[in-house]
Ligand binder design. Structure first.
Ligand code: FDA
Length: 320
């Protein structure tokens, strides 16, 4: 029997690849409002403004550049430069102290998918971004974009960590391998963001397909990370998982500054503030950049939870 929610999710992910649908949705007033709620803006200044506003409210930020598709080395360099400009601007705004605002990098934006030497180009560019982050006194996290490229992405993290041990890795609880990856990465100083895993349009035997299994996997992985010696970054909007993770952290006598929660800009801002006011570290993922990428980003958020479109429409002024 067809699961209507899975069908809707697949439909939305399919729409994300259609330019004509994108143009229609971008022009619709509700959609535009939704996009503007989920994305900080187009340029560095907008990203910095969102990050400093979050910091002023007691939250932390990880700023993520949405660049044009990277088709050549020159584009990869321009995207790298956008990250360098963001780090300079965050430092000038006083936002990078003690890693309060950091950047998240997509390796594809800095060259990974290029046919010639893509891996090397991406590593060189990521290294330059890490050097700039070190100079600014903050950190970098490498997003996990493609669940089929986990080994390749973690290899880049390992290479970068030789010089920059604070580079954050991302692990996805919907992959069967992730509990073992958590064990490998739960070492002293290791920053690991744990996510459920983004919605996918195709079934895959390497993943847990059932949402309940993904949540159970998330709990097992969070337990490994919180019992370990690293710095867990628990990225989820799921209230039950947040409660479980907080209990596990209490059980392990974890100091408040030894782990953090992460959520998306514009999603559950009241919960972000509630946790921050309770003394829990909360970092908000702030996307900004090229308008042509807004739609694809927002469609992925919708595919995870179609009700969000109504939610972002109803929400009041607590932006971020
Ligand atoms: P899910 O979307 O299943 O929501 C669970 C519950 O949360 C809902 O049932 C509801 O109770 C509550 N909820 C969610 N949205 C709500 C809303 N708007 N209002 C009220 N309640 C709401 N993925 C990836 O593949 N690679 C990556 O690098 C990253 N990076 C990343 C960073 C950060 C900071 C986050 C938050 C997420 C990612 N992700 C990611 C995405 C991640 O893998 C996952 O797809 C989404 O976070 C959605 O999963 P949730 O755990 O939030 O649960």
């Amino acid at each position: 029997m067809i699961d209507p929610r899975a069908a809707l999710r697949q439909g939305l992910l399919g729409l994300g690849r259609s330019d004509s649908v994108r143009r229609v949705v971008e022009r619709a007033p509700v959609s535009r409002a939704a996009l503007q709620r989920l994305i900080a803006g187009e340029d560095t200044a907008a990203g910095v403004a969102a990050a400093t506003e979050l910091l002023a409210s007691g939250r932390l930020a990880t700023v993520s550049f949405l660049g044009e598709d990277t088709v050549d080395v020159a584009q990869a360099s321009r995207n790298r430069d956008a990250h360098l400009a963001m780090l300079r601007a965050l430092q000038e705004a006083g936002a990078t102290q003690r890693g309060a605002a950091e950047v998240s990098i997509k390796l594809s934006a800095v060259g990974r998918a290029l046919s010639e030497d893509g891996a090397k180009v991406a590593l060189d560019n990521a290294r330059q971004i890490c050097e700039a982050a070190a100079a600014a006194g903050t950190t970098v996290t490498i997003d996990m974009e493609d669940p089929t490229a986990v080994d390749q992405t973690l290899e880049v993290v390992r290479d970068l960590r030789a010089d920059f041990p604070w580079v954050g890795a991302v692990l996805l609880a919907d992959l069967r391998r992730t509990e073992a990856d958590c064990r490998d990465l739960a070492t002293a100083g290791s920053r690991v963001r744990l996510c459920k895993g983004a919605a996918h349009s195709q079934p895959d035997s390497a993943r847990f397909e059932d949402k309940r299994d993904v949540r159970l996997s998330y709990v097992r992985c969070a337990k490994v990370l919180l019992e370990g010696k690293g710095y867990p970054m628990l990225a989820t909007h799921d209230a039950d998982l947040i409660d479980v993770a907080r209990s596990l952290a209490d059980k392990e006598l974890r100091a408040p500054e030894s782990f953090e929660f992460q959520m998306f800009f514009g999603i559950r801002p009241e919960e972000q503030l509630r946790l921050a006011q309770a003394g829990v570290a909360v970092r908000v993922y702030v996307p900004y950049g090229d308008r042509s990428r807004w739609y694809r980003y927002a469609v992925h958020r919708m595919a995870e939870r179609p009700a969000d479109m109504m939610y972002v429409r109803r929400s009041g002024s607590t932006k971020g």
